[in-house]
Ligand binder design. Structure first.
Ligand SMILES: C[S@@+](CC[C@H](N)C(=O)[O-])C[C@H]1O[C@@H](n2cnc3c(N)ncnc32)[C@H](O)[C@@H]1O
Length: 312
């Protein structure tokens, strides 16, 4: 009996090795074909979008959504960078704070859905709450993104803001975030703290402490400076926004343009430490290094990033 089993096993073994090898080859070929298809799709989309703009089109096709270019431009970027930035945002979120299908995620300053659209493929069993102060962007997100994804909800807050909503009637400090206490797994802000002053940031941080679940995480991009970083930013001038931060606003805070104070706001690490401590949050990880100033050769995101959690 044992001998015949050994005979069967040894006669099957070469067959199994052969099958496994040919399976591996098929997987490799499929992976290659897949990446070729993705490249082809990206270049066709690029061509389609440039044909549309040549014909005077005012929308941009992104993951099946026809996005109004004027609203897209209010995010500080246009059709040439929209897709790449969106992909980088999602990759960084996966890498640094992790995303799971059942997560509840709150995005502050969601704009026209540059992150919500890819997130709709990830948060399939969870919930997304996006808020912004630009009414038209939120209306667009509701009627396009929520229409296909009922678990994605968008809220407009009519905050008075010289840059994004000059006729607004309320203030950030009046906002109560539309989420129950301890109900949110992840909070994200891309290029939003960079347009806010200390009092408003501290209000949001206190709200984050209220709505975050224990163990929940905040990923917020910001400009963090010290003398060496400022010197590097001025010498390298890597962005299109001429970020020199020559104007001190208060201790630990500088603005780039006194005519448009909210155009770009930067803080020292010490100023961030104080805001975080006063709000009852704490750092979950060391800050990520931003590429904007040219100071770090091993930058991890375009802007610096604070990753926070509840302080208890
Ligand atoms: C540079 S855009 C980035 C948009 C989006 N995060 C993205 O990466 O596509 C900044 C966004 O923050 C929003 N914003 C500015 N101040 C805000 C505030 N106090 N509360 C909520 N959103 C705000 C603006 O309306 C704008 O949509």
């Amino acid at each position: 009996m044992r001998d015949s089993l050994v005979r069967i096993k040894s006669s099957l073994f070469p067959r199994l090795v052969f099958d496994r090898t040919s399976l591996d080859k098929h997987i490799e070929a499929l992976t290659e074909a897949n990446s070729e298809i993705a490249k082809e799709r990206d270049s066709l989309l690029l061509e389609l979008n440039s044909l549309r703009s040549m014909k005077g089109g005012n929308t941009f096709l992104f993951e099946g959504y026809d996005i109004p270019i004027d609203l897209m431009q209010l995010t500080g970027g246009g059709p040439d960078t929209f897709e790449t930035i969106s992909r980088q945002h999602t990759e960084n979120l996966r890498r640094w704070i992790g995303l799971e299908p059942q997560h509840t995620l709150l995005e502050i300053g969601c704009g026209i859905g540059r992150d919500a659209i890819p997130l709709s493929k990830i948060l399939t069993a969870g919930r997304y709450i996006g808020i912004d102060i630009i009414g038209r962007s939120i209306e667009w997100c509701k009627s396009h993104i929520s229409a296909h994804n009922p678990n994605f909800q968008f809220y407009h807050f009519d905050v008075d803001d010289q840059l994004h909503n000059a006729t607004g009637k309320t203030a950030t400090t009046d906002i109560r975030l539309p989420a129950d206490d301890q109900s949110v797994d992840r909070i994200i802000l891309f290029s939003v703290f960079t347009h806010m002053l200390r009092e408003d940031i501290e209000h949001y941080l206190r709200e984050f402490r209220r709505v975050l679940k224990p163990g929940g995480l905040v990923y917020g991009t910001t400009f963090i400076f010290d003398d060496a970083i400022l010197a590097s930013a001025r010498a390298t001038n890597l962005t299109i926004f001429d970020l020199r931060f020559e104007h001190p606003l208060e201790e630990g805070c500088r603005i780039n343009d006194p005519v448009h104070p909210l155009g770009a706001v930067a803080f020292t690490k010490g100023a961030w430490d104080g805001m975080i401590e006063r709000s009852g949050l704490t750092y979950a990880k060391p800050n990520l290094k931003g590429a904007w100033s040219g100071f770090y050769s091993d930058a991890e995101d375009g802007q610096d990033v604070v990753i926070l959690t509840r302080g208890d």
